[in-house]
Design a protein around this ligand. Sequence first.
Ligand code: ZN
Length: 404
Amino acid sequence: MQTWPSVPLPDIPGHGSRPRIFDDGNQSIGELPSHGDRAALYSCGITPYDATHIGHAFTYLAGDTLTRVWRDAGLAVSTAMNSTDIDDPLLERAARDGVDWRELADSQHELFREDMSALNILPPDEWVAVTDRIEPAAAAVQSLLENGSAYRLEDDVYFDVRAAERLGERSQTDRAAMLEQSAERGGDPDREGKRDPLDPLLWRGKRDGEPSWDTVLGEGRPGWHIECTVIARDTLGLPFTATLGGVDLKFPHQEMQAQHAHALGQNFSDARLCVGEVAYDGAKMSKSLGNLVKVSELRRQGADPLAIRLALLSHHWRDSWEWMPDTLDEATQRLDRWREWASTVNPEDTYTDGDTLLDWLRLTLADDLNTPAAVQAVDQAVAGHRPDALAIDAIDALLGIRLT
Ligand SMILES: [Zn+2]
């Protein structure tokens, strides 16, 4: 699919160090495994309805920050993202609203592009709709059937979790929690005839009134996890550096997409990054509760998108936090202070405060993408001397906030 426009980053001198990041898979902070001078990130994308709430924006901002820091460290970065543009919740929403599911997806993709662009989120190199990858997904499911990792149940195909490697271990989820989360997050543990209640759906055979595609498996459509396995494999190659998603994707989604790859004979990603949740009105922001703060609505109400970005940067990517009534006001005031400071820049200035701020930003961001500390470093600079052009460019390149 067409992404949103990419804005070139300013050149800043030298390089930061390779970041140390918390890998949810081994529960520790460290430098991620090296692929020479390359790094690749796969972000689980939206299901295109109710786009784009602040929780989505917080997740993709974490990927954006990592990409900026990797690039600054001199790495060649590849990024990819999917869109789950065929799935039960999308069809249910389209039916509820009396619109064609494709039209709903198209309009939500457009809204997502506008929101991401306004927030100055770097676009992925490839943004791939599941409906554009039905054949490869069906072929992967066919391979799993052939190697005994999957089985048919009526017209559907399930992954046999006995083919999994240390199921739940890397997501630190025990069986009781897996059963509970599977039921909550798109699974069907109670379906009769499955070999194990945890077996996830790989392929959904054609149902009356539902869209389907004619493939090597017969008519139907792919399940949620295999789509990401296949899209990440075909865009980034396996294994790649890191998978990124909201913490609610930890199980079953992140677990199963990796298990499917393993059963196909390849390791998936070296690391799993789980981004914290954003709450509103005392509960996690979610489509089912309807307590969504949407980027497009804030923009319509006159919010400066960079103030929204700054509000999000003020929280650590792994923390869960609550969007409060004054969150945006505080960020807007901070952005105003930064802009006023930036307006005093003298491009002729050669003193070295810019170097100092650049060093601080590199140091804080290389430490598990500590954006709150980076924001504080800018606050301190703002309270000090007049800026030079390097300071302004460093804030732009590393935090994505263009002040002039
Ligand atoms: Zn995914």
